[in-house]
Structure formats: structure tokens, C-alpha cells
Design a protein around this ligand. Structure first.
Ligand SMILES: *Cc1c(COP(=O)(O)O)cnc(C)c1O
Length: 428
């Protein structure tokens, strides 16, 4: 078992100064127990803690590190951008290059605006959809997470809660009531809401591949129905591709699932590991934004030169190496290995995967929505998580997070990960 004394001391100290000792809740390991390790450095597919342990990393800073940590091309881009200035607060050329690059990769984007996080992107896209349609109500799906703004923090990747009740304390009920929450992959529920209140619905926002309650896929025909209903009712369809954008392919989930949304939200990979977000789509909708239109949205650091440089380097590296086919191969290797060792150990696991994103649920039932995901044996997941960590493999410390493979992972890393899982199962 790895010793983590320095991490424990740092965590104890951090608890005195920061709520729960962390700056984002899942980092506290609450869902799996124990104390988090503190990172000292990270490089390629590995993260090193302050106690000298090294882990094969499948968190990848929650998605951005698709090229691995401290990818040389990104580090160089940031260094050279920093020498020219860390923030301008006035337009600069790389914002234009970045907009052109995203448009070339994602055909549904006519115009785009950069901001500082995925949360800002979704929050602003919702406001824009409301301003554009003159309607207030929005639809989101059970278990989909769109950042932590008020109206989107309703049933956001958590347990069974009453319709329209805020997940988080501090969200005004009046705000939460404007959010209709539906189960994912339920065409009847979707049809019923549109029949009832279609003309009042400003926007539908969703993760095309929900990956904040583990990972599950849309059933055939479901997204097409959603596209049809939103088009018929003048509702803005918002694809939240903060996680899937540039990960599942050059045009993200919408590219491989052949859905053309009205607006898309980006974050994570598009910043190359620096804080960034973006939203874009139909020009007629985007032109409702200030200074052209009446919907206000702004940001002191938006379009930040370091973030633009890092993001551009990331997108260029992904495209020039056709990273996605390599990621698919690594994903398939992990899937085959994990399914085989679980089967051999007679542990019921639903191993879900699309490209380089994956999740294993400890249940023998298929998972198509949050209710299904809740069947997973979470105590078992917690034991699995710690077993893997002790064997040098870092998975997300929650059943309800996806895992990520990077281009820095090798087949040998995948094989070592599968052997670690085999060893954990053998110890049960
Ligand atoms: C991470 C995430 C967000 C929030 O992005 P932040 O940069 O953490 O604010 C929004 N939507 C999805 C789908 C995400 O995975």
C-alpha cells in the first residue's frame, strides 16, 4: 500500500483554510473515503504525488489533458505567449485564429465567443437562448451536469430528487422552477413536455453523451427526435460539449452522432489545460450577444492569450496526428481487458465506452440513464478505486465520473491497468 504521509499532512493543513480542504468538491474523495493525494507534478500519462508515488492517470485533469500532462507543444506555446503578454483586455490575433480553427472543425459553429470556464459557457448559452426566443423555461436531463450556475444545478448528476427542486442549497426555487428535468433516453417524456409546453421552452441543453453520472449513450433515434421537436417548437437546442468536444472526434459528439445543434458549449480540451470556455453556433442567434444584440455577456480575461495559445496547440496536435483513431484503439484495448478480467473474476460490471471515455458500473443491468446508473454498487466501486490507487492507477474518485485516456497512454499502460484490476478482483 502506498504511503501518503505528506499528502495527509497537507490535507490536514488545507482543511483549516479551505472548506473541505479542496477547491472543487469531488477532489475531496468523499465518495470513496480516505484522503486525496496531493499532486507534485504530472507528465504524459502519469501524475506524481508529494510522497513520491507515481500513478497512471485516467482523470487527465477531468478531461483537458487529452495529449497527456505537460505536453511539450502546449508548454512551448504557453511560454512563448507569456513572453508577449499574459492578458491584453483588447482583441488579439490568436482569438481570430482560434475561432477559425473551431469553425473549421465543428461545422455547426458559425460564430463563437470565448469565456473562462465551461460553467460560463453553458450559463451564457442559456441566457442567449432566452434572449433570442423571449421565453424563460429550459429543459435539462437527469444526471447531465452543465456547470454550477443556478438554473442548471438541478438534478445535475445526483440522486433521485423531486422535479424542479434545487439540488444545491442557495438556488432560488423561482429559478429552479424554470428548469424542467427529464429522464435521458425517454422519448415519451420528451414528447409529452413539448406537447404540453413546447411554446414556452427557450432551450434544451444536454450532454449528447452524458458523462457526469458515469457514462451512457443516447439510444438510436433519440437525438433525432430531440432535434425534430426543438425545431418544430422554435426551441434552441444546446449541445454541451464541454467534455466531449474535440475528444470524441474533430467535431465532438455531434460529429459522430450526426446531430446539428443550434448552439454548442466548449471547455476543457479547448483550453489545453488553462481555464477556458466557449460557446458558439448559428450566427442569427450569436448576433443577439452584446455589443451587436441585447444579451449581455463579458469577461475581463475572456480570449486570454495564454489560454488561446494552449488551446490552439492542443487542437493542432490532435488534428495533425489523427489522435482520435489512436485513442479509439487504446480505448478498445482497455475495454477488452477490463471486460475479460471482470468476467474471469465473476464480478458483474457494465463497462461503458465511447472512444477515449469510459466508465465501469458494478451492476449486471444495462445503463441508459441516471436511474440505471444508481443501480451500481458504489461501496464496491470505492473498494475498487482504492485497490487501483494502491496499485498505481488513478481513476476518478467517484462512480459518477467518466475516465479519460490520453494520447500519452501506451498499450503497456493499458495492459498494466488491466493487470491491476485483475489483482484487485483476485484480492476480494
Ligand atoms: C466540466 C463540465 C462543465 C463545467 O465546466 P467547468 O469548466 O468546470 O465550469 C459543463 N458541462 C460539462 C458537460 C462538463 O463536463
Amino acid at each position: 500500500m502506498s504511503v501518503r504521509l505528506r499528502s495527509e499532512a497537507l490535507f490536514a493543513e488545507s482543511l483549516k483554510h479551505t472548506p473541505g480542504g479542496v477547491n472543487s468538491p469531488v477532489r475531496a474523495f468523499r465518495a470513496v473515503g480516505g484522503t486525496p493525494f496531493f499532486a507534485a507534478s504530472a507528465s504524459g500519462a502519469r501524475v506524481n504525488d508529494v510522497d513520491g508515488n507515481t500513478y497512471i492517470d485516467y482523470v487527465g485533469t477531468w478531461g483537458p489533458a487529452i495529449l497527456g500532462h505537460a505536453a511539450p507543444a502546449i508548454v512551448r506555446a504557453i511560454q512563448s505567449a507569456a513572453e508577449r503578454g499574459t492578458s491584453f483586455g483588447i482583441p488579439h490575433a490568436q482569438e481570430v485564429t482560434m475561432a477559425q480553427r473551431v469553425k473549421a472543425m465543428v461545422p455547426s459553429v458559425d460564430k463563437i465567443r470565448f469565456c473562462n470556464s465551461g460553467t460560463e459557457a453553458t450559463m451564457s448559452a442559456i441566457r442567449l437562448a432566452r434572449g433570442f426566443t423571449g421565453r424563460d423555461r429550459i429543459i435539462k436531463f437527469d444526471g447531465c451536469y452543465h456547470g454550477h450556475s443556478d438554473g442548471l444545478l438541478v438534478k445535475a448528476g445526483s440522486g433521485a430528487l423531486t422535479l424542479g427542486n434545487p439540488d444545491s442549497a442557495g438556488v432560488p426555487a423561482a429559478v429552479a422552477q424554470q428548469t424542467v428535468v427529464l429522464p435521458f433516453n425517454d422519448p415519451e417524456a420528451l414528447r409529452a413536455v413539448f406537447q404540453d409546453q413546447g411554446r414556452d421552452i427557450a432551450a434544451v441543453i444536454l450532454e449528447l453523451v452524458p458523462a457526469n453520472a458515469g457514462l451512457y449513450l443516447p439510444q438510436p433515434g433519440y437525438l433525432a427526435l430531440l432535434r425534430q421537436l426543438t425545431r418544430d417548437h422554435g426551441t434552441v437546442l444546446i449541445a454541451d460539449e464541454v467534455m466531449t468536444g474535440f475528444r470524441l472526434g474533430p467535431a465532438g459528439a455531434q460529429g459522430i452522432l450526426e446531430l446539428i445543434p443550434d448552439l454548442s458549449c466548449f471547455g476543457k480540451i479547448i483550453g489545453g489545460g488553462l481555464p477556458v470556455g466557449a460557446f458558439g453556433g448559428r450566427a442569427d442567434i450569436m448576433d443577439y450577444l452584446a455589443p451587436l444584440g441585447p444579451v449581455y455577456q463579458a469577461g475581463t480575461l475572456s480570449g486570454n492569450p495564454l489560454a488561446m495559445a494552449a488551446g490552439l496547440a492542443a487542437l493542432e496536435a490532435l488534428q495533425s496526428t489523427d489522435a482520435w483513431s489512436r485513442l479509439e484503439n487504446l480505448g478498445a484495448e482497455l475495454e477488452q481487458g477490463m471486460v475479460a478480467v471482470a468476467k474471469a473474476a465473476q464480478i458483474p460490471v457494465q463497462f461503458q465506452r465511447i472512444g477515449s471515455m469510459f466508465c465501469g458500473y458494478f451492476t449486471n443491468q444495462p445503463v441508459w440513464n441516471l436511474a440505471d446508473a444508481m443501480h451500481s454498487d458504489r461501496a464496491r466501486f470505492a473498494r475498487f478505486f482504492h485497490g487501483m490507487l494502491d496499485r498505481g492507477v488513478y481513476l476518478a474518485p467517484s462512480q459518477f465520473e467518466a475516465g479519460f485516456i490520453s494520447t500519452a497512454h501506451t498499450s503497456a499502460d493499458i495492459e498494466a491497468t488491466v493487470r491491476a484490476a485483475e489483482s484487485v478482483f483476485a484480492s476480494w
